[in-house]
Design a protein around this ligand. Structure first.
Ligand code: COA
Length: 436
């Protein structure tokens, strides 16, 4: 008997499925591009009947209507990552932010934290096969852990969703099944500025043939990827699978032939890009997605040969600590999987982690290489984990360097107009001896 016959009692509308959610329940949405639009819209439409529903979510490129101030008292939020839309309500006190946990640990939180152990998981899947096995499509990351830990699961089967290799969910285990098409959330690309292109050139120069790479999304990773076209035998083990990886696969640069775990396949926990990219991924054996507690586990990442992670940060101090989450003492984004990948690369034989940043902010008025962080700014990557730091002025290789060498290397990649001041501070802090 096929899944449809076995599940006929569970197949329903989005409105009926979410009508079972009660005041005070904790509801987790599949993350980011995997957020299920039909289920989220149906829940938001019920707001007047509900009080204090705790919505647990990451950062979605969707409308994020549930964050509107008019739902205060009906919905409260725990955000796992702050983005442009969740930042203002966080500053206004409507959203709790879950700092202090790495991305690969979030599934543990759903299991172990009484505050965040969900009553409901609302997720999206690609059309199942005859037996009911289906892919979480472009977002397996914490979708699978959410489904694993929630008391009840509502699934939107979205015919638009691609089937990716890797993890399969048995839809017969869901409590409610909604068949509804919704446009997928896509993530656009940005053209690099000259500064970004220069940083990308330096980053790409550190990527060796045969390396397994992790890249994020945005203008910098895209520019880096374009510079990798002349490399050989690259592999992918990355939190996010990106459109630029599709181009490198098509060009034969990424072939995963020298990977030491999961050979032959680009591994990710989610995929973000255009519809063209999602269609390329559909049933493509070169790509597979798995839950984030596997993909981002530093011990798993570290089993790759020459794992090379490239991520952005906001500032680096002269002790060699990076802040990737806070601006002017306030939370700006989140750690995501940055430290997972920094540490994984460090565990990898021949591995490297690269943190990239523009040397300045606000039209060259602020140096992003600083003597010390202001109070409230956090250390995302400590000096015990940091490896390469790259700006448009070059590469600072910090691993195994003493404190003087670290400060000197970082001052050398600061914007020239701030170098003298940074040097004076480094002397004052006792990092660099005073001359003569
Ligand atoms: N002091 C003051 N302001 C600063 C600043 C500093 N040191 N650094 C940046 N800013 C400002 C910028 O001017 C910009 O402001 P604007 O929007 O008004 O122009 C804003 O802060 C954002 O800076 P920007 O450099 O444009 O950030 P970004 O959008 O490129 O994001 C991170 C960079 C680090 C926040 C982002 O990559 C991130 O959240 N990383 C952590 C998670 C991660 O790495 N995930 C992937 C792991 S797999």
């Amino acid at each position: 008997m096929g899944w449809r016959e076995r599940c006929k009692e569970k197949i329903t509308t989005a409105q009926e499925a979410v009508s079972h959610i009660a005041s005070g329940d904790k509801v987790i949405f599949a993350d980011w591009v995997g957020e299920p639009p039909a289920l989220v819209d149906a829940l938001v439409a019920r707001y007047a009947e509900l009080e204090n529903v705790e919505i647990i979510h990451g950062m979605s490129p969707g409308p994020n209507a549930y964050l509107d101030q008019k739902y205060t008292g009906h919905f409260h939020h725990t955000s796992l990552f702050l983005g442009a839309k969740s930042r203002p309500p966080y500053y206004a006190g409507q959203v709790d932010f879950l700092g202090g946990s790495n991305f690969h640990e979030w599934p543990q939180i759903f299991e172990e934290s009484p505050d965040l152990n969900p009553h409901w998981a609302l997720v999206q899947v690609a059309p199942p096969d005859e037996d009911g096995l289906c892919s979480f499509g472009n977002s397996c990351c914490f979708t699978e852990p959410a489904v694993r830990t929630a008391a009840k699961v509502i699934v939107q089967i979205n015919p638009e969703m691609p089937t990716l290799g890797g993890f399969r969910y048995d839809i017969t285990k869901a409590d409610y099944i909604v068949e509804q098409s919704s446009p997928l959330y896509t993530v656009g690309r940005a053209e690099p500025s000259d500064v970004i292109q220069t940083i990308a050139d330096y980053c790409a120069s550190l990527v060796e043939d045969g390396a397994t790479i992790q890249l994020g999304i945005g203008a910098l990773p895209d520019a880096i990827a374009r510079n990798l076209m002349n490399k050989k035998d690259l592999g992918v083990h990355s939190e996010t699978l990106t459109e630029s990886m599709m181009e490198l696969v098509k060009a034969g640069v990424i072939n995963n032939s020298r990977k030491t775990i999961n050979p032959g396949v680009c591994i990710g926990s989610q995929a973000a890009g255009s519809m063209e990219f999602y269609q390329f991924l559909d049933h493509n054996p070169a790509f597979a997605v798995y839950p984030v507690d596997y993909v981002n586990d530093p011990y798993v990442i570290g089993q790759n040969y020459k794992q090379t992670s490239i991520n952005a940060c906001l500032e680096v101090d002269l002790l060699g600590q990076a802040n990737s989450e806070t601006v002017n003492g306030r939370q700006y984004s989140g750690i995501g999987g940055q430290l997972d990948h920094v540490r994984g690369a460090r565990l990898s034989k021949g591995g490297k982690s690269i943190l990239a940043l523009k040397s300045t902010a606000k039209n060259d008025t602020i140096s992003k290489i600083v003597p010390c962080f202001v109070p409230g700014n956090v250390t995302t990557v400590s000096r015990y984990d940091i490896d390469y730091v790259v700006t448009e002025y070059g590469i600072a290789a910090l691993r195994h360097k003493n404190v003087r060498q670290r400060a000197e290397a970082l001052i050398a990649i600061a914007h020239p107009k701030f170098r003298e001041e940074l040097m004076a501070k480094a002397v004052e802090m006792g990092l660099i001896p005073a001359q003569g």
